[in-house]
Design a protein around this ligand. Structure first.
Ligand SMILES: CC(C)(COP(=O)(O)OP(=O)(O)OC[C@H]1O[C@@H](n2cnc3c(N)ncnc32)[C@H](O)[C@@H]1OP(=O)(O)O)[C@@H](O)C(=O)NCCC(=O)NCCS
Length: 162
């Protein structure tokens, strides 16, 4: 899948260093509920136990790369949450790539795929109340407020796609 400036690919087990690099910036994980992990083996486990198994549902967190130079800039994608029977939109990018519209551009394509190809009904997105940039993106994408929730220890808001 691709957009004007970006293309998506599935992660592989070789991508553990990329994920560790992305999550090594405290600003990137400030509102995500992740803790700082410096052991590559733990990222391999995240890939094998959490990220790669999602792909059998024809969705998942996809690596996002720039078409212009193939640089890995972060990830975006859908994740099915069996507990609540909803599909969660998520995204995360290196700080040097914030504010260029990449979250909006990639998430639009992911939502379009979820709605039109997978025919998903309940797509939700959640963000810590203080994560203004993410809430801004969520609203721009056409989500509406559903409820408050706690995300790790932060008060968060849950939105649903109209
Ligand atoms: C949240 C995140 C994905 C946004 O990515 P991005 O590519 O910078 O987002 P976009 O450029 O598409 O849009 C961001 C919007 O928020 C606005 N924004 C950014 N920071 C803001 C702030 N502090 N206050 C108000 N608005 C802000 C931008 O102006 C932009 O809106 P606009 O297009 O109307 O101008 C990025 O900051 C990130 O990776 N953060 C760390 C991980 C994370 O928090 N993920 C989300 C978890 S819910």
């Amino acid at each position: 899948m691709q957009t004007e400036r970006l293309y998506f690919r599935e992660f592989t087990m070789d991508d553990a260093p990329l994920l560790m690099d992305l999550n090594s910036d405290p600003d990137v994980i400030r509102y995500t509920g992740d803790k700082l992990i410096t052991d590559l083996e733990e990222y391999k486990k995240i890939l094998s136990d959490i990220i790669l198994p999602q792909y059998k549902n024809k969705m998942g967190r996809w690596a996002v790369c720039l078409k212009s130079n193939d640089e890995f800039i972060g990830w975006c994608g859908l994740k099915y949450l069996a507990d609540s029977n909803v599909t969660d939109l998520g995204y995360r990018f290196f700080k040097r790539h914030w504010g260029k519209g990449y979250a909006t551009e990639s998430a639009k394509a992911v939502i379009d795929y979820g709605v039109n190809v997978l025919q998903l009904k309940n797509i939700v997105a959640r963000a810590a109340k203080e994560n203004t940039a993410s809430i801004n993106v969520i609203k721009k994408l056409g989500f509406v407020y559903l409820k408050d929730e706690m995300c790790a220890h932060d008060p968060a808001e849950v939105y649903i796609l109209k």
